[in-house]
Write a protein that binds this ligand. Structure first.
Ligand code: ZN
Length: 314
Protein backbone atom coordinates (compact mmCIF):
# COMPACT_ATOMS: atom_id res chain seq x y z
CA UNK A 1 0.00 0.00 0.00
CA UNK A 2 2.78 2.41 0.95
CA UNK A 3 4.70 1.64 -2.20
CA UNK A 4 1.70 2.46 -4.37
CA UNK A 5 1.11 5.66 -2.34
CA UNK A 6 4.71 6.69 -2.91
CA UNK A 7 4.48 5.92 -6.60
CA UNK A 8 1.35 8.05 -6.87
CA UNK A 9 3.03 10.94 -5.05
CA UNK A 10 6.11 10.73 -7.23
CA UNK A 11 3.99 10.64 -10.37
CA UNK A 12 2.13 13.80 -9.25
CA UNK A 13 5.31 15.62 -8.22
CA UNK A 14 6.25 15.31 -4.56
CA UNK A 15 4.57 18.14 -2.72
CA UNK A 16 6.00 18.80 0.74
CA UNK A 17 2.66 18.39 2.56
CA UNK A 18 2.04 15.11 0.79
CA UNK A 19 5.52 13.93 1.65
CA UNK A 20 4.88 14.76 5.32
CA UNK A 21 1.55 12.92 5.15
CA UNK A 22 3.40 9.89 3.79
CA UNK A 23 5.93 10.03 6.61
CA UNK A 24 3.15 10.25 9.20
CA UNK A 25 1.37 7.35 7.55
CA UNK A 26 4.55 5.29 7.72
CA UNK A 27 5.09 6.20 11.37
CA UNK A 28 1.56 5.24 12.36
CA UNK A 29 1.66 2.02 10.33
CA UNK A 30 4.92 0.94 11.98
CA UNK A 31 2.95 0.55 15.21
CA UNK A 32 0.52 -1.82 13.51
CA UNK A 33 0.97 -5.57 13.00
CA UNK A 34 2.84 -6.77 9.89
CA UNK A 35 -0.30 -7.58 7.88
CA UNK A 36 -1.17 -3.87 7.95
CA UNK A 37 2.24 -3.17 6.45
CA UNK A 38 1.89 -5.80 3.72
CA UNK A 39 4.42 -8.07 5.41
CA UNK A 40 3.70 -11.71 6.18
CA UNK A 41 2.45 -12.46 9.67
CA UNK A 42 4.68 -14.81 11.65
CA UNK A 43 2.96 -17.45 13.75
CA UNK A 44 4.58 -20.10 15.93
CA UNK A 45 2.67 -22.90 17.65
CA UNK A 46 3.99 -25.25 20.35
CA UNK A 47 2.82 -28.73 21.17
CA UNK A 48 4.16 -31.39 23.49
CA UNK A 49 4.16 -34.11 20.81
CA UNK A 50 4.58 -34.20 17.02
CA UNK A 51 0.84 -34.01 16.28
CA UNK A 52 -0.50 -31.72 19.01
CA UNK A 53 -0.17 -28.42 17.10
CA UNK A 54 -1.81 -30.07 14.09
CA UNK A 55 -4.94 -31.00 16.02
CA UNK A 56 -5.38 -27.58 17.63
CA UNK A 57 -4.29 -25.26 14.85
CA UNK A 58 -3.68 -27.25 11.64
CA UNK A 59 -6.62 -25.56 9.92
CA UNK A 60 -5.57 -22.09 11.05
CA UNK A 61 -2.00 -22.78 9.85
CA UNK A 62 -3.25 -23.92 6.45
CA UNK A 63 -5.28 -20.71 6.12
CA UNK A 64 -2.28 -18.52 6.98
CA UNK A 65 0.01 -20.49 4.63
CA UNK A 66 -2.48 -20.15 1.76
CA UNK A 67 -2.30 -16.37 2.16
CA UNK A 68 1.52 -16.34 2.19
CA UNK A 69 1.97 -15.89 5.95
CA UNK A 70 4.71 -17.80 7.81
CA UNK A 71 3.84 -20.56 10.26
CA UNK A 72 6.06 -22.85 12.28
CA UNK A 73 4.98 -25.77 14.44
CA UNK A 74 7.32 -26.90 17.22
CA UNK A 75 6.98 -30.16 19.09
CA UNK A 76 8.78 -29.81 22.41
CA UNK A 77 9.29 -33.57 22.83
CA UNK A 78 10.36 -36.03 20.14
CA UNK A 79 7.44 -38.39 20.75
CA UNK A 80 9.72 -41.34 21.55
CA UNK A 81 7.41 -42.98 24.09
CA UNK A 82 3.86 -42.90 22.69
CA UNK A 83 3.49 -46.18 20.85
CA UNK A 84 2.48 -49.73 21.68
CA UNK A 85 5.34 -51.52 19.89
CA UNK A 86 8.02 -48.99 18.93
CA UNK A 87 10.02 -46.71 21.18
CA UNK A 88 13.26 -44.78 21.59
CA UNK A 89 15.28 -43.49 18.66
CA UNK A 90 13.44 -45.63 16.11
CA UNK A 91 10.10 -44.07 17.10
CA UNK A 92 11.55 -40.55 17.44
CA UNK A 93 12.96 -40.76 13.89
CA UNK A 94 9.64 -42.01 12.55
CA UNK A 95 7.67 -39.28 14.27
CA UNK A 96 10.08 -36.56 13.15
CA UNK A 97 9.70 -37.72 9.53
CA UNK A 98 5.90 -37.75 9.90
CA UNK A 99 5.96 -34.20 11.28
CA UNK A 100 8.11 -33.00 8.38
CA UNK A 101 5.69 -34.54 5.93
CA UNK A 102 2.69 -33.01 7.78
CA UNK A 103 4.25 -29.56 7.54
CA UNK A 104 5.08 -30.06 3.87
CA UNK A 105 1.46 -30.94 3.08
CA UNK A 106 0.17 -27.53 4.18
CA UNK A 107 3.27 -25.45 3.44
CA UNK A 108 4.62 -24.66 6.92
CA UNK A 109 7.82 -25.39 8.86
CA UNK A 110 7.83 -28.14 11.46
CA UNK A 111 10.54 -28.68 14.06
CA UNK A 112 10.74 -31.49 16.59
CA UNK A 113 12.97 -30.77 19.61
CA UNK A 114 14.92 -33.63 21.15
CA UNK A 115 13.38 -33.75 24.62
CA UNK A 116 12.06 -37.14 25.74
CA UNK A 117 8.36 -37.91 25.48
CA UNK A 118 6.56 -38.47 28.79
CA UNK A 119 9.43 -36.91 30.75
CA UNK A 120 9.01 -33.20 30.01
CA UNK A 121 9.64 -30.85 32.92
CA UNK A 122 9.20 -27.06 32.95
CA UNK A 123 12.87 -26.39 33.70
CA UNK A 124 15.12 -23.51 32.74
CA UNK A 125 16.84 -25.40 29.92
CA UNK A 126 13.59 -26.08 28.04
CA UNK A 127 12.24 -22.60 28.83
CA UNK A 128 15.31 -21.16 27.10
CA UNK A 129 14.70 -23.42 24.08
CA UNK A 130 11.19 -21.99 23.87
CA UNK A 131 12.40 -18.39 24.22
CA UNK A 132 14.92 -18.97 21.38
CA UNK A 133 12.27 -20.46 19.12
CA UNK A 134 9.89 -17.51 19.61
CA UNK A 135 12.65 -14.94 19.13
CA UNK A 136 14.20 -16.63 16.08
CA UNK A 137 10.79 -16.85 14.44
CA UNK A 138 10.14 -13.15 15.27
CA UNK A 139 6.66 -14.22 16.20
CA UNK A 140 3.60 -11.99 16.06
CA UNK A 141 1.42 -14.79 17.45
CA UNK A 142 2.38 -17.67 19.75
CA UNK A 143 0.00 -20.60 20.34
CA UNK A 144 0.28 -23.18 23.13
CA UNK A 145 -1.88 -25.45 25.29
CA UNK A 146 -3.38 -24.25 28.55
CA UNK A 147 -1.57 -25.66 31.57
CA UNK A 148 -4.67 -27.72 32.52
CA UNK A 149 -4.63 -31.08 30.80
CA UNK A 150 -4.63 -34.83 31.44
CA UNK A 151 -1.10 -35.28 30.08
CA UNK A 152 1.87 -33.86 32.04
CA UNK A 153 3.77 -33.10 28.80
CA UNK A 154 0.82 -30.99 27.62
CA UNK A 155 0.57 -29.24 31.00
CA UNK A 156 4.25 -28.42 31.09
CA UNK A 157 4.27 -27.22 27.47
CA UNK A 158 1.62 -24.73 28.58
CA UNK A 159 3.73 -23.71 31.58
CA UNK A 160 6.92 -23.40 29.49
CA UNK A 161 5.32 -21.10 26.94
CA UNK A 162 3.66 -19.09 29.72
CA UNK A 163 7.06 -18.75 31.39
CA UNK A 164 8.58 -17.52 28.11
CA UNK A 165 5.79 -15.07 27.35
CA UNK A 166 7.37 -12.07 29.02
CA UNK A 167 11.01 -13.17 28.89
CA UNK A 168 11.08 -13.00 25.07
CA UNK A 169 11.43 -9.20 25.36
CA UNK A 170 14.10 -9.21 28.11
CA UNK A 171 17.45 -8.76 26.29
CA UNK A 172 19.76 -9.89 29.11
CA UNK A 173 18.14 -13.32 29.22
CA UNK A 174 19.12 -15.88 26.54
CA UNK A 175 21.47 -13.19 25.27
CA UNK A 176 22.66 -15.36 22.33
CA UNK A 177 19.35 -14.65 20.55
CA UNK A 178 18.19 -11.04 20.11
CA UNK A 179 15.11 -10.20 22.17
CA UNK A 180 11.86 -9.20 20.48
CA UNK A 181 11.03 -5.50 20.42
CA UNK A 182 7.45 -6.16 21.51
CA UNK A 183 5.59 -8.98 23.12
CA UNK A 184 3.64 -11.24 20.74
CA UNK A 185 -0.02 -12.09 21.23
CA UNK A 186 -0.18 -15.43 23.07
CA UNK A 187 -3.10 -17.78 22.46
CA UNK A 188 -4.29 -21.06 23.93
CA UNK A 189 -5.68 -23.92 21.85
CA UNK A 190 -9.17 -25.00 22.78
CA UNK A 191 -9.60 -27.87 25.24
CA UNK A 192 -12.34 -29.57 27.23
CA UNK A 193 -10.93 -29.18 30.75
CA UNK A 194 -13.05 -27.24 33.22
CA UNK A 195 -10.88 -26.78 36.31
CA UNK A 196 -9.80 -24.33 37.55
CA UNK A 197 -11.74 -22.66 34.72
CA UNK A 198 -13.03 -23.76 31.32
CA UNK A 199 -11.51 -22.65 28.02
CA UNK A 200 -12.93 -19.33 26.77
CA UNK A 201 -13.38 -18.97 23.00
CA UNK A 202 -12.13 -15.45 22.20
CA UNK A 203 -11.33 -16.12 18.54
CA UNK A 204 -13.08 -18.73 16.42
CA UNK A 205 -11.96 -19.44 12.87
CA UNK A 206 -13.97 -21.43 10.37
CA UNK A 207 -11.76 -24.11 8.80
CA UNK A 208 -14.34 -25.54 6.40
CA UNK A 209 -12.39 -24.16 3.44
CA UNK A 210 -9.18 -25.97 4.50
CA UNK A 211 -10.66 -29.04 6.16
CA UNK A 212 -9.31 -31.44 3.52
CA UNK A 213 -5.86 -29.90 3.91
CA UNK A 214 -6.03 -30.34 7.67
CA UNK A 215 -7.00 -33.99 7.32
CA UNK A 216 -4.14 -34.48 4.83
CA UNK A 217 -1.82 -33.04 7.46
CA UNK A 218 -3.11 -35.29 10.25
CA UNK A 219 -2.96 -38.28 7.87
CA UNK A 220 0.83 -37.86 7.74
CA UNK A 221 1.05 -38.83 11.43
CA UNK A 222 0.51 -42.53 10.76
CA UNK A 223 2.10 -43.78 13.99
CA UNK A 224 -0.15 -41.53 16.03
CA UNK A 225 -3.60 -41.40 14.45
CA UNK A 226 -3.72 -44.91 12.96
CA UNK A 227 -1.70 -46.83 15.54
CA UNK A 228 -1.09 -45.34 19.00
CA UNK A 229 -4.21 -43.28 19.72
CA UNK A 230 -6.67 -45.97 18.50
CA UNK A 231 -4.72 -48.54 20.53
CA UNK A 232 -5.05 -46.48 23.73
CA UNK A 233 -8.85 -46.53 23.45
CA UNK A 234 -9.18 -50.15 22.30
CA UNK A 235 -10.02 -49.25 18.68
CA UNK A 236 -6.84 -50.32 16.90
CA UNK A 237 -8.63 -53.18 15.11
CA UNK A 238 -11.28 -50.80 13.78
CA UNK A 239 -8.83 -48.64 11.81
CA UNK A 240 -9.21 -49.46 8.08
CA UNK A 241 -6.06 -50.87 6.47
CA UNK A 242 -6.60 -49.19 3.11
CA UNK A 243 -4.91 -45.70 3.12
CA UNK A 244 -7.87 -43.92 1.46
CA UNK A 245 -10.38 -45.60 3.78
CA UNK A 246 -8.41 -44.87 6.92
CA UNK A 247 -8.13 -41.20 5.94
CA UNK A 248 -11.93 -41.06 5.62
CA UNK A 249 -12.22 -42.75 9.00
CA UNK A 250 -9.81 -40.20 10.51
CA UNK A 251 -11.88 -37.28 9.18
CA UNK A 252 -14.93 -38.70 10.96
CA UNK A 253 -13.31 -38.91 14.40
CA UNK A 254 -14.12 -36.08 16.86
CA UNK A 255 -10.43 -35.28 17.43
CA UNK A 256 -9.95 -34.58 13.71
CA UNK A 257 -13.38 -33.20 12.85
CA UNK A 258 -13.27 -30.25 15.28
CA UNK A 259 -16.97 -29.59 14.93
CA UNK A 260 -18.12 -26.09 15.84
CA UNK A 261 -19.06 -26.18 19.54
CA UNK A 262 -22.17 -24.37 20.85
CA UNK A 263 -20.03 -22.24 23.18
CA UNK A 264 -17.95 -21.05 20.20
CA UNK A 265 -20.89 -19.65 18.24
CA UNK A 266 -20.92 -16.18 19.78
CA UNK A 267 -17.25 -15.48 18.94
CA UNK A 268 -17.71 -16.94 15.45
CA UNK A 269 -20.72 -14.77 14.62
CA UNK A 270 -19.10 -11.67 16.13
CA UNK A 271 -16.63 -11.67 13.22
CA UNK A 272 -18.29 -13.71 10.45
CA UNK A 273 -21.73 -12.20 10.86
CA UNK A 274 -25.11 -13.41 12.12
CA UNK A 275 -26.19 -16.92 11.08
CA UNK A 276 -22.54 -17.88 10.42
CA UNK A 277 -22.79 -20.74 12.91
CA UNK A 278 -25.53 -22.39 10.85
CA UNK A 279 -23.18 -22.46 7.84
CA UNK A 280 -20.08 -23.60 9.69
CA UNK A 281 -19.16 -27.22 10.35
CA UNK A 282 -15.51 -27.27 11.34
CA UNK A 283 -13.72 -24.62 13.36
CA UNK A 284 -10.76 -23.94 15.60
CA UNK A 285 -11.03 -21.76 18.67
CA UNK A 286 -8.43 -19.85 20.65
CA UNK A 287 -8.27 -17.98 23.96
CA UNK A 288 -6.12 -14.85 24.32
CA UNK A 289 -3.82 -15.32 27.31
CA UNK A 290 -3.32 -12.56 29.85
CA UNK A 291 0.46 -12.80 29.64
CA UNK A 292 1.17 -11.55 26.13
CA UNK A 293 0.22 -8.36 24.30
CA UNK A 294 -3.51 -7.64 24.58
CA UNK A 295 -4.74 -6.96 21.04
CA UNK A 296 -7.49 -4.47 20.25
CA UNK A 297 -10.38 -5.62 18.07
CA UNK A 298 -8.76 -3.78 15.16
CA UNK A 299 -5.51 -5.69 15.70
CA UNK A 300 -7.33 -9.01 16.02
CA UNK A 301 -8.81 -8.44 12.58
CA UNK A 302 -5.33 -7.71 11.19
CA UNK A 303 -3.76 -10.73 12.89
CA UNK A 304 -6.58 -12.97 11.65
CA UNK A 305 -7.11 -11.80 8.06
CA UNK A 306 -9.97 -14.24 7.48
CA UNK A 307 -12.97 -12.49 8.89
CA UNK A 308 -13.63 -10.15 5.98
CA UNK A 309 -14.37 -13.21 3.84
CA UNK A 310 -18.00 -13.39 4.89
CA UNK A 311 -18.92 -15.99 2.27
CA UNK A 312 -18.34 -19.21 4.17
CA UNK A 313 -18.15 -22.51 2.42
CA UNK A 314 -21.35 -24.47 3.04
ZN1 ZN B 1 0.15 -34.80 22.87
Amino acid sequence: MLRSLNRRFLANGCHCALWLATVFAMLSLSALPPSAQNQPLRVIAFGAHPDDCDQGAGGLAAKYAALGHKVKFVSITNGDAGHQSQHGEELANRRRAEAQEAGRRIGIEYEVLDNHDGKLLPNLEVREQVIREIRQWKADIVIAPRPNDYHPDHRYTGVLVQDASYMVIVPSLVADTPALARNPVFLYYSDRFTRPQPFRADIVVSIDDVFEKKIAMLDAHVSQFYEWLPWTVGQFEQVPKDPAERKKWLASTPMAARKLQPEWREALEKRYGPQAAARTQHAEAFEITEYGRQPTEEEIRMLFPFFSQTALHP
